[in-house]
Design a protein. Structure first.
Length: 314
């Protein structure tokens, strides 16, 4: 296709407006006092709204912060503001000082939880039936469809969360991240699970392809992976953890991704470890966090499926 033809096509798309699957996610139902208060604020004019941090305080056990439905949904909503935004929410909320203050408090809670559970080897259980084994041998059509709904919240976001790290890396690590993200993003021709491919997969299974359409159905543990990546991406000090998380994902992805795994493990994580030896523990922290999130996701899904129940929130 020529440059002029591409410009004409893009111009027509822009004139037609954004497609339904490119629109911001709609606001969900609240799951507790935290999200009830947050949604109340987000519906207001940020210029004339003063945030009371007491209303946005979450008080629970440290380990519970990683999977709590109320806190994880609040984090996801806050993190979505710098991405596509939220339907009906003023973009100025992204930098509202009162909201930024409480987001930092929520991140401290999540970080404490991840440090306490992801790095505690005593909490590792005996190897059991994996989610992939169940999917290959025993899963029903409805259970496959449920898994697609769970994955939709992160897979339709594509490479966006990891892209935060590109300007924070240098040398071979920077090049590796940029290469992987270019292949994985919306225009990537060979990304094994680009947003377009996953959107097509949802459609083939009779599911809604709109971004955030199933947010009300997703438990806290499903939102954890997305939130964890966004938290790592938002802060330069977590760039190594983000690299470790991505390397772990590529090594354990269900589809063959040899080139992606090589880039993420050797060039990205390995390159960063060589260039900045002090970041090695942080890389491993990201690996452990990714493993913990997947273990807890399986621990949520598999017992419910075995009991003939849905793994989605009702």
């Amino acid at each position: 296709m020529s440059i002029d033809a591409m410009r004409t096509m893009v111009g027509r798309q822009n004139a037609a407006g954004p497609l339904p699957h490119d629109l911001p996610a709609g606001l969900p139902r609240p799951r507790g006092p935290l999200t009830a208060a947050l949604l109340d604020y987000l519906r207001r004019d940020p210029a004339s709204t003063r945030v009371n941090p007491v209303r946005l305080t979450w008080s629970g056990a440290t380990a519970a912060a990683a999977t709590d439905h109320d806190l994880q949904l609040a984090l996801w909503l806050a993190y979505e503001l710098p991405y596509r935004g939220l339907a009906g929410v003023d973009d100025a909320w992204e930098w509202h000082p009162g909201l930024i203050e409480v987001i930092e408090e929520w991140e401290d809670l999540l970080l404490d939880a991840l440090v306490s559970v992801a790095c505690d080897t005593s909490m590792a259980g005996e190897p059991g039936t994996s989610l992939s084994q169940v999917l290959m041998r025993d899963a029903s059509v409805d259970q496959f469809r449920e898994l697609l709904i769970h994955r939709s919240i992160s897979y339709l976001n594509g490479a966006d969360p990891h892209t935060w790290s590109i300007p924070r890396l240098s040398g071979s690590a920077d090049a590796a991240m940029a290469t992987g993200q270019a292949d994985e993003g919306c225009s990537g021709a060979s990304g094994a699970m680009s947003p377009q491919l996953f959107r097509s997969l949802l459609g083939e299974w009779g599911l809604d392809t709109r971004y955030g359409r199933y947010l009300d159905c997703l438990p806290g543990i499903t939102l954890l992976t997305s939130n964890m990546i966004s938290m790592f991406g938002r802060h330069r000090r977590f760039r190594a953890a983000l690299s470790g998380q991505l390397a772990m994902f590529e090594m354990t992805f269900a589809l063959p991704r040899g080139a992606h795994a090589q880039i993420a493990t050797h060039d990205l994580a390995g390159g960063l470890a060589v260039a900045e030896p002090r970041q090695r523990d942080n890389i491993l922290f990201g690996v452990r966090c990714a493993a913990y999130a997947e273990e807890q996701f399986a621990a949520w899904v598999l017992p419910r499926w075995a009991a003939g129940q849905s793994s989605l929130l009702q």
